[in-house]
Design a binder for this molecule. Structure first.
Ligand SMILES: NC(=O)C1=CN([C@@H]2O[C@H](COP(=O)(O)OP(=O)(O)OC[C@H]3O[C@@H](n4cnc5c(N)ncnc54)[C@H](OP(=O)(O)O)[C@@H]3O)[C@@H](O)[C@H]2O)C=CC1
Ligand SMILES: O=C(O)[C@@H]1CCC=N1
Length: 309
């Protein structure tokens, strides 16, 4: 297996698969601009040694339906070889060094158990992003010759602002974890945590962009209510959330300290904050994560038929 210039197969190339390919292609484009002396788009690109860069030899994107394959070819152009159906999966896995399992959790078992897949995965790295599907399950659907790592990324990987958490079994060789970190560090931030945290991670980071966009939309609605044009309100809300989030990440300050620094005694911010508290926004958001994590923990389980007593 070549981890130096690997061929990467995305087994189930939908929303997340495309986000991962797009983010990687974008990083390769900005890396080549740095190397050729053109201004870099991101500071961390400049800090990254060339040996650290992820340079896949190519992508293979597998989907279920021919119609999806045709759509995907238009989206990805020459950047990936697109295959479909069971035969496509075997061909894709056979032709790759590293396989990213990006199907819905409910079909992961069937996809990995299909004829020819176990053999095609021999001596390869399988990284699953399927919510709720455990390392133990993945190992039981493959042979011991396949190295299994679990990842939980999110859609901002598409613009290299992703947050990914990785988990692996105790016997995983360091080179595989290092390589997987490299894939997802290229697409944003990446951390390694014990698998027991992955349902909470799925809720907070995996589902988080959806929750954040509801908050963003609601803030913009408030601006519209007070007369701002919709596009202006959306821009302001998005930049405010980005600015506040970047302050937390770059200064390391506690969010409460940043909130206090905005809040003038007797001013308009405290008036707004009390309204938020009246609406129980903190417990609503915290319970949102709790509920999403609870559901995430069930996603890898076999569903019982509805009429099963
Ligand atoms: N969406 C998100 O924000 C996040 C999702 N995840 C996880 O990522 C995974 C994918 O989610 P998402 O990208 O949203 O899902 P999508 O539905 O967008 O993509 C799933 C893909 O799997 C393909 N597929 C289905 N069955 C098969 C099969 N038998 N063989 C090959 N390919 C198949 C589908 O092809 P076709 O279109 O032809 O049916 C489709 O391209 C899930 O497990 C989810 O838990 C993790 C983090 C964030
Ligand atoms: O909603 C879901 O189940 C997936 C997992 C995290 C984000 N989307």
């Amino acid at each position: 297996m070549s981890l130096n210039r690997p061929t990467i197969c995305i087994l189930g190339c939908g929303t997340m698969g495309v986000a991962i390919i797009r983010g990687t292609l974008d990083s390769m484009e900005s890396d080549s601009k740095i190397i050729s002396g053109v201004t870099a788009s991101r500071d961390d690109d400049r800090q990254c040694g060339q040996e650290e860069l992820l340079r896949p030899a190519g992508f293979i994107a597998c989907v279920s339906h021919e119609e999806s394959a045709n759509k995907l070819r238009k989206v990805l152009g020459d950047h990936a070889r697109v295959l479909h159906g069971e035969a496509g999966n075997v061909q894709g896995v056979s032709g790759a060094d590293v396989i990213l399992l990006c199907t819905k959790p409910q079909v992961a078992k069937a996809v990995l158990s299909a004829p020819g897949i176990k053999e095609a995965l021999t001596d390869k790295l399988l990284v699953s992003i399927c919510a709720g599907v455990t390392i133990e399950q993945l190992q039981s659907w493959t042979t011991p010759t396949t190295t299994v790592i679990r990842a939980m990324p999110n859609t901002p990987c598409k613009i290299r602002e992703g947050m990914t958490v990785l988990s692996c079994g105790p016997n995983t060789a360091a080179q595989y974890l290092t390589f997987t970190s490299k894939i997802f560090s290229t697409l944003g931030r990446c951390r390694i945590l014990d698998e027991k945290h992955l349902d909470a991670v799925t809720a907070l980071a995996g589902s988080g962009p959806a929750f954040a966009c509801v908050m963003l939309e609601a803030l913009a609605d408030g601006g519209v209510m007070m007369g701002l044009p919709r596009d202006v309100a959306t821009e302001l809300a998005a930049q405010v959330l980005q600015g506040a989030a970047r302050m937390v990440l770059t200064t390391g300050d506690h969010p409460a300290a940043i909130k206090d620094s905005v809040t003038t005694p007797g001013g308009c911010t405290i008036a707004g904050l009390l309204t938020m508290e009246d609406g129980r926004i903190r417990s609503t958001l915290a319970r949102t994560i709790q509920e999403a994590a609870t559901v995430a923990s069930t996603l890898g389980r076999d569903k019982k038929p509805q009429n099963d007593e």
